[in-house]
Design a protein around this ligand. Structure first.
Ligand code: ATP
Ligand code: MG
Length: 292
């Protein structure tokens, strides 16, 4: 495996040895950060990401896949918006995965995401992903029935097979030029409640709230247990998970942006070589254009 993966960021990275614990993972930074300094930092990072993505596009050898998973109201949408603002839209695509359609349910669980993967030279963002198949589907095993799968489903062995499939799949993507970064935005239960209340009180955000969100909160502990398993089973050097404290949004955004910058830098991007006939005759070509 090439050293592209050794150069990825270590901060907040979920270890590869299965020792990650959600109960000790922080939901907020150690110290209360200076928010205006963080906002300035984010603007600098936006510019750096723009420059790097521009070369990534020209270079054309690497794709970057960013996977975002989190409980509701953790800030997936706003993190994607604020971290990736400034990037050339031609070099980036965001795809959101909601409840699967009938057609999607009739295929293997990676199918709909596979079709949405970023081509080399671009960044692809998954707002939710095939990981829902080991999270919401595990919390609500009823959903499995809609998938019409043969054999026994919902057993430990069944979930182990899904994790194995994901590990192999991500390894395959990594071997084929895709760098994968996975972000779990770790919001606390208390902060989620505050954000839901704020949503309900803000006319511009009320549409985002559904009574279903309250029902899902009742499953909080089950979700946390599932996240812990998922992160331990699928954080690997070629597709690491990052557990980002999400109670402070400016902090979270800067940490995500820094992790992405480091991954792009690790790709050792360069502009393609210029045609020799052009490189040797720049002045001549300029003169020819000026005469034309
Ligand atoms: P918002 O932050 O705006 O609420 P969202 O991503 O939560 O955005 P919703 O339309 O509220 O969007 O919810 C999408 C729902 O689809 C989530 O509850 C998610 O768990 C569910 N979902 C996604 N993938 C699957 C899947 N494979 N099987 C079942 N449910 C899924
Ligand atoms: Mg939602």
């Amino acid at each position: 495996m090439d050293d592209r993966f050794e150069r990825l960021r270590k901060k907040h990275r979920v270890p590869f040895d299965g020792r990650f614990s959600v109960t000790t993972a922080p939901t907020r930074p150690d110290r209360t950060p200076d928010e205006s300094a963080l906002k300035k930092k984010l603007r600098r990072l936006n510019r750096a990401l723009y420059d790097l993505q521009r070369i990534q596009y020209a270079d054309g050898r690497h794709a970057l896949l960013l996977v975002f998973q989190a409980m509701d109201a953790a800030g997936k949408d706003s993190t994607i918006r604020t971290v990736l603002r400034g990037i050339n839209p031609a070099g980036c695509r965001v795809v959101s995965f909601k409840q699967p359609s009938r057609e999607e349910l009739a295929h293997d669980f990676l199918w709909r995401c596979h079709k949405a993967l970023p081509p080399r030279g671009t960044i692809g963002v998954f707002n939710r992903s095939y990981y829902e198949e080991t999270l919401v589907v595990r919390v609500h095993p009823d959903y499995l029935r809609h998938q019409n799968l043969p054999g026994e489903t919902g057993t430990d062995a069944f979930w182990q097979k899904r994790f194995e499939a994901i590990r192999n799949y991500e390894r395959y993507l990594a071997d084929n030029g895709t760098t994968i970064l996975k972000f779990w935005l770790n919001v606390s239960r208390e902060e989620q409640k505050n954000r839901f209340i704020a949503r309900l009180r803000d006319p511009r955000k009320q549409w985002k709230f559904s009574p279903h969100d309250i029902a899902e909160r009742q499953h909080w502990d089950r979700y946390m247990a599932c996240y812990e398993t998922v992160l331990n089973e699928t954080s690997r050097p070629w597709a690491p998970w990052y557990a980002i404290p999400a109670d402070n949004k400016p902090y979270m955004r800067v940490e995500v942006a820094k992790t992405i910058r480091k991954a792009l830098e690790a790709m050792d991007l360069r502009y393609p070589a210029v045609d020799e006939a052009v490189a040797e005759n720049i002045d001549g070509l300029v003169a020819e254009l000026e005469r034309s």
